[in-house]
Design a protein around this ligand. Structure first.
Ligand code: FES
Length: 235
């Protein structure tokens, strides 16, 4: 966009743009995980010189690496047209999503061009990557193909691996993974996982699913008994 910016080797165009206050809309990018390039909302135009000739391509910026001397345009008629179409497809896939409607309004995307479906998930894969690569549990995966592609625990049954940490709930950009909590249990509704909560032995506050504490204890090599108190009572 005419500004000169610097990034580190291995960083993506999206990451560097965000670091410099340049807004590029994105749904499936999270800096904690490897970009998957699924939502295609972060489109930009990149011009680079190759064999003495300049080539411009429309590309996703979350998985395009910063390179010496490239020119990146984040807003052009071509980008906006494509971004609108991406949003219209997503809005047809998940009708009524407040997050998608807000983006749609911002970019002038309209409903009606594509047949609406009754899905809630945009298949961005963030929940899958966060569970596998950040939490280290791997309780979710893609299932099916084409119109039947979906994210589910293995075999579509409540995953025995899921520790109820709710990282997937936090990561979902369209808020389709709901969580319900009672004083004794946490339920990750979308995965049908229902787990008991550990209650703080001092103040009685239910602070984490017992499965999550067992996972951390195993990971760090501590005893489950070390997690008897909530964070506040530990201070
Ligand atoms: Fe780049 Fe989704 S944020 S494709």
């Amino acid at each position: 966009d005419g500004k000169e910016v610097h990034g580190e080797r291995g960083e993506s165009v999206l990451k560097v743009a965000l670091q410099h206050g340049i807004r590029i809309p994105h749904l499936c990018y999270h800096e904690a995980v490897k970009p998957y390039g699924a939502c295609r909302l972060c489109l930009v135009e990149v011009t680079r010189e190759s064999h003495g000739r300049k080539r411009t391509q429309l590309t996703t910026s979350c998985n395009y690496p910063v390179l010496e001397g490239i020119d990146v345009v984040t807003t052009s008629e071509k980008i906006l047209k494509n971004r609108r179409m991406v949003l219209e497809l997503l809005m047809a896939r998940v009708p009524g999503s407040p997050q998608l409607e807000a983006l749609g309004a911002e970019y002038g995307a309209k409903t009606g061009r594509f047949k609406p479906s009754d899905k809630e998930c945009i298949l961005c894969g963030l929940c899958v990557s966060v569970c596998r690569d950040v939490v280290g549990v791997d309780a979710l995966g893609f299932m099916g193909r084409g119109a039947f592609k979906d994210v589910r625990p293995p075999f579509g049954e409540p995953s025995k691996e899921c520790i109820g940490c709710a990282a997937c709930v936090m990561a979902c950009p369209v808020d389709c993974i709901k969580m319900e909590e009672s004083p004794t249990r946490r339920r990750i509704v979308r995965w049908g996982r229902d787990l008991p909560m550990k209650v703080c032995e001092s103040c009685g506050y239910p602070f984490a699913p017992t499965f999550q504490l067992m996972h951390f204890a195993k990971l760090i090599g501590t005893k489950l008994g070390d997690y008897a108190l909530c964070q506040d009572c530990r201070k």
